[in-house]
Design a protein around this ligand. Structure first.
Ligand SMILES: [Zn+2]
Ligand SMILES: [Zn+2]
Length: 320
């Protein structure tokens, strides 16, 4: 099958081995997939992942032992736990120490014609929801996770650092849940684009300290340091930037500020898909406004170049 494969470098392959069936898992024909910052980091060598890239998708189940899934259009939670450990049994598969993660850790991803995921990871997409909307379920779930992990006062002052894909989606999800968040970014065109689609934003340097909540979606080590400057004493920082950014972060001079100001720091990664699908189905946010380009899978290398261009927001792959 055709696939975008990371093997030291990113390659577009037409002869990648077909997906083999496995008990308890369904085979899904991929309809649409989204490229995110994590994919770009993996392609740059963050983690030693080898295999098909991609974890944001909508597809159709073509082979499953679960009759309720066969033929259904689905999205899929990306973490596959062992199913036996304490964390899995407590419904925290996302934190299972033995987990595989679609297109990120030990499991081929969705930038291919077909993928395989455990049946229990798959959720049916409402029939009325377009593929272009459903493909955003994973990043919207990651944004919804912020609200699951924190208790934010309705009138809280909130800044989202980073005017990229994740920052935009976080701000959209907050707005859909009646929170007022301001995006702080560096790119004039992106901020203008966000303003056009109803997301308040401005230059990060213009943000004033004293904020109740600061959400770091910069993907850069400077984001955390800036968040510590901006948050009020006893405020909350939510970290969405991944390990690639943390590698170059020297926390020592900042720890004192966190202690003295009694700042809560919350690490935040993936979220549950069910609330994300509900949020998308509510029609309260228009994620399609974030789509900068759509490429066929054959042009996956060009799609990655487009996704890495800071003037673009979401780049999608359309299959078949
Ligand atoms: Zn992602
Ligand atoms: Zn487990």
């Amino acid at each position: 099958m055709r696939a975008l494969v990371l093997d030291g470098q990113l390659k577009s392959q037409s002869d990648y081995p077909d997906v083999e069936p496995r008990p308890g898992e369904s085979i899904v024909k991929v309809l649409m997939a989204g490229i995110c910052g994590t994919d770009l980091e993996l392609a740059r060598g963050y983690m030693t992942y080898r295999g098909v890239l991609g974890h944001e998708f909508v597809g159709e189940v073509v082979e499953s032992a679960d009759a309720r899934l066969t033929g259904r259009r689905v999205v899929g939670e990306i973490n596959a736990g062992c199913g036996h450990c304490d964390l899995c049994l407590a419904a925290m598969e996302r934190h299972c120490p033995h987990r595989t993660v679609l297109g990120i850790l030990g499991r081929d991803g969705c930038f291919a014609e077909y993928l395989r995921l455990p049946d229990r990871n798959l959720l049916a997409v409402p029939g009325t929801m377009a593929d272009e909307v459903a493909v955003f379920t994973e990043p919207v779930a990651a944004a919804c996770e912020i609200l699951e992990q924190t208790r934010i006062a309705r009138n809280a002052t909130i800044a989202v650092l980073g005017d990229g894909r994740l920052g935009a989606i976080a701000a959209m999800v907050l707005k859909a849940n009646d929170y007022a968040a301001v995006v702080g970014g560096h790119h004039h065109e992106k901020l203008a684009r966000l303003n056009e689609i109803g997301i308040a934003g401005g230059f990060e340097a213009d943000l004033r300290p004293g904020l109740d909540v600061v959400i770091d979606c910069t993907g850069a080590s400077a984001g955390f340091a800036r968040a510590i400057e901006l948050v009020r004493p006893r405020g909350t920082i939510v970290l969405k930037s991944t390990a690639a950014a943390a590698a170059s972060l020297n926390l020592a001079p900042r720890l004192n500020d966190i202690v003295v100001n009694e700042i809560s720091v919350v690490g935040s990664r993936c979220g549950r898909f069910a609330p994300a699908l509900d949020t998308l189905a509510s029609g309260k946010l228009d994620v399609t406004a974030l789509i900068s380009a759509v490429y066929p899978l054959e042009d996956g290398i060009a799609a990655f170049a487009a996704a890495a261009d800071p003037s673009n927001l979401k780049v999608l792959l359309k299959l078949s």
